[in-house]
Design a protein around this ligand. Sequence first.
Ligand code: BYC
Length: 310
Amino acid sequence: ETAEQHAHFEARIARGEKIEAGDWMPAEYRRQLIRMISQHAHSEVVGMLPEGEWITRAPSLKRKTILMAKVQDEAGHGQYLYHAAETLGATREDMLQALLSGKAKYSSIFNYPTHTWADVGMIGWLVDGAAIKNQTMLAGCSYGPYSRAMVRICSEETFHHKQGKEMIVAYAQGTPEQRAMAQDALNRWWWPAMMMLGPHDADSPNSGVLTKWGIKLKSNDEVRQEFINEHVPELLEAGLTIPDPDLHQDEHGNWRHGPIHWDEFWAVIRGEQGLNKERLGARQHAHDDGAWVRDALQAYTDRQRAVAAD
Ligand code: BYC
């Protein structure tokens, strides 16, 4: 890497140009993007599990159809993102191996269990709501393939968010049992959704370089503030109680939250708390189950090559 290459790259970033696959980039820019995009892809795929468990237990045909479409969308998001990481030279095998061996991270939020049907609605409203805030920001990021994947993903996430909100608003206005189920889901998902957007800015080691190179256009705390400002009034309007006694609006109209339990966040990420073993076990099982598809693809490729060589 020469000083001239670096200067040219920094100038492109400063001009707001998109960096494309095959363009020269610093090794650290490439490494950071592969880290983030592959973690993001793993989150989409592992994220199919908590809601997927409820497909056979959906309360109506309409809800079942919506949930099937949503879970299928998450698989598609995983595909776009693995492809985006591949444009940087990462291989699918290496990325999957890193996930299955526990080396790669995926979002902390998916290590929480789904206890009732209302959890499906609450994931749509809060988790997809938080994801949209983060991903709308990433749609403006400096790496072209990642930013374009985000545009498509965000429009699909918007549907996920709306179906979750519609479901929870309906239950919050329903029978006492339905109201209690919606409140219980909010009690369990509120704090994990807050944590999902990452540690406070002062404890976010990657933010400096990501911001410098236009990958992150907003900090973790800024995105979290946007998420709270949008969701608090709507949850309150639905008649629900947010499980944070310190929550209040400041003089600028921003909703301020109480302390976040970061010990829980790190324990969940390390797999010491929550369903990390179960989630990776389910992924390993799916991977083993799909071995015949990979073998068949390989056999087909080998045969095509042999035919071409003749
Ligand atoms: N969970 O320096 P920081 C979805 C790690 S799925 C686990 O702030 P950064 C959906 C972080 O990786 C959408 N780990 O990191 C799917 C770093 O560790 P390493 C998921 C976390 O990258 C199905 C360390 O903590 N969205 O919507 O600057 C159904 C220090 O953090 C988490 C994405 O993946 C976490 N929550 O910022 C429904 C978005 N937070 O790697 C819905 C893409 C932090 O140095 N990712 N860590 O060992 C990002 O935007 C950024 O990576 C983050 C973190 C904002 C998450």
